[in-house]
Design a binder for this molecule. Structure first.
Ligand code: HEC
Ligand code: HEC
Length: 320
């Protein structure tokens, strides 16, 4: 009798334990899923590109974006038309990372009218903008295999985003403005502590061991983006580093405060870099963004204030 009692007790206890474990396990999993995917747009990974021949052009686009220097850099196999950086250095994880300057709103929003050019821009024109400015290089022919592949990849990434929509987590986060001007002197100190170990005290990064591109991309100097690049605007730089640097933090666990991000942006974007003629930009100066660091302006604020702020209280906006 005693034996049967003991046996049934063990049986019941085992069953209870089994269900308890299962419950806590599934709760744990659903919690992770909620944090990872429900909040922000995340792009598909390269392993999800179709494996049949329809995927070839998309896959080549992925390779060009993640390893631009190998194809188009100073030692590129296709051309020598860019500065050795990769698109992926700024469009993290090949443009798929939430708030990592991703391509989540490109297929859904282009062609669109952009105030900087005053034109209706196709994806091709926008890519050529980054080639000329962010990669301080030359444009690609719109009919070239390379351009067609880059566009095919970007369209494939955004194929599920409804027309006209900008999903949460797309692009770069707009940080709230500071009530004061961003301070390049404080920024230099923060840079030395948080960034110099990879990007270098001189901001010139670290070349890759194989001589192609960079292990740590440059932030200023001759191999960096030029002064016409989007990231040369303080709000773009600050928003980008807040959720992504020091590499590889993400928006769940940023490592620097907003204030530090603005100050570092002010320091880095005060350093010397290649110049781009921008006299044809912003044909309607009323549409210039508040943080456009080059005059002329429609308002009476100085070029310095447009570069470093304070932007708060200004009637202008941050929109592209
Ligand atoms: C130095 C950093 C940098 C590099 C390198 C770079 N980009 Fe960009 N790119 C930016 C920034 C900054 C923006 C503007 C984001 C914003 O306005 O919020 C941008 C915008 C874009 C957009 C439009 C995104 C949108 O949502 O409107 C496309 C498309 C794009 N880049 C493609 C490329 C491609 C392709 C390459 C490589 C050939 C490249 N970029 C290299 C920084 C970079
Ligand atoms: C542990 C090394 C590391 C640290 C520390 C680090 N970065 Fe980066 N950073 C990288 C790498 C690697 C990339 C390129 C990411 C990629 O290609 O996936 C990058 C890319 C960038 C880019 C875009 C590409 C470019 O060169 O313009 C900027 C801007 C940037 N980092 C700024 C910063 C700032 C500011 C800090 C300090 C707050 C910082 N990083 C700290 C490794 C680092």
């Amino acid at each position: 009798m005693k034996f049967w009692k003991l046996l049934s007790f063990i049986l019941i206890a085992t069953i209870c334990l089994f269900f308890l474990c299962r419950k806590s396990n599934s709760e744990h999993i659903s919690e992770i899923v909620t944090i990872d995917t429900a909040n922000c747009w995340t792009g598909a990974g390269p392993y999800q590109i179709p494996t049949d021949s329809s995927g070839n052009i998309i896959r080549y686009g992925y390779l060009l974006i993640s390893n631009t220097a190998q194809y188009l850099g100073p030692k590129g196999s296709i051309s020598h038309s860019t500065n050795g950086m990769n698109c992926q250095n700024c469009h993290l994880d090949a443009g798929t990372k939430p708030w990592g300057n991703n391509y989540g709103a490109v297929a859904s929003q282009y062609p669109k009218i952009r105030a900087r050019s005053g034109k209706l821009e196709s994806i091709e024109m926008r890519v050529n903008d980054c080639l000329q400015r962010s990669l301080n290089g030359l444009t690609l022919d719109c009919n070239s295999k390379e351009m067609r592949s880059i566009v095919a990849y970007i369209k494939w990434l955004g194929k599920e985003v409804p027309r006209g929509e900008k999903p949460k987590g797309a692009g770069i986060q707009d940080l709230p403005f500071l009530s004061r001007a961003a301070d390049p002197f404080k920024g230099q100190q923060y840079y030395t502590i948080n960034c110099a170990k990879c990007h270098g005290i001189k901001g010139d990064g670290m070349p890759a061991l194989n001589g192609i591109g960079f292990t740590y991309p440059p932030l200023w100097g001759r191999n960096s983006y030029n002064d016409g690049a989007g990231i040369y605007r303080l709000s773009r730089f600050a928003g980008f580093i807040k959720n992504n640097m020091p590499n590889p933090v993400n928006y769940h666990h940023p490592a620097i405060s907003n204030e530090v991000a603005w100050d570092i942006a002010a320091f880095v974007n005060s350093q010397p870099r290649p110049h781009k003629d921008q006299s044809m930009d912003w044909p309607d100066i009323n549409k210039k963004t508040i943080d456009c660091p080059m005059g002329p302006y429609a308002d009476s604020l100085s070029e310095k204030q447009h570069k470093f702020g304070p932007f708060i209280g200004s009637s202008n906006n941050i929109k592209k």
